[in-house]
Design a protein around this ligand. Sequence first.
Ligand code: PGA
Length: 257
Amino acid sequence: MNRRYRKTIIAGNWKMNKTISETKAYAEAVKPMLGKPKWCEAVILVPPVNLQAAVRAFKDVKISVGTENCHYEVSGAYTGECSADMVKEAGAKYVVLGHSERRAYYNETDVDVNKKMHAALRSGLRPILCVGESLEERELGVTMEKISYQLKSALSGITAEQIRRVVVAYEPIWAIGTGKTATPAQAAEVCGAIRTLVRKTYGARVARSMSILYGGSMNANNAAELLANEDIDGGLIGGASLDPETFVAIVNASNQD
Ligand code: PGA
């Protein structure tokens, strides 16, 4: 973290978990435990059907709300999809784009992710853009090439004004949901490389103020060590965010003076 220049963000990615009543119960559980947000913005990312309930439930708790995907078209014959305007109007501040599960299970391409980035930014959302390599790619030594390709294609055509609303999350695929966390050094190396790539296109000021998160089996035990790195500005947390106590422990850890 580097609090002088950028915001720390701890975002819980709930994926396909929790109903509306479970969302309300979670907010009630979190309320008495969460310290005053000082350095860190806490975010919960929910399925679109839970957005309105989540916004209401987390309002007094000072947790921002977002969702986990949106379509790139404004409207049309896309059965089962939600547009960026829809999720924005339902209360989302953030939207996760390019998550490796979307890429793997729903065949989302880099071109799709780029189109979604444009749609989200047009609607006034803050995209959390996910990039990350597979284990095979890491072992082949092409991690940086993969990250650079994903980042460059996702950001294609994104203006200097829009980039200020973009958050990037480095999520090595081999660390997601596996209990295998990247070492702080591995995570910091890639997050630093992402900042360098952003600097090359958008300049030092933009790169310095961009929040770059790490995601992949982050939990209450490893968060502090990961966040101690200058280039890791927060976390995108899946499994561990489902438990209110664990999520609050991570938020409070990143909120310390
Ligand atoms: P995990 O998921 O924390 O369960 O590994 C992270 C993510 O997919 O965003």
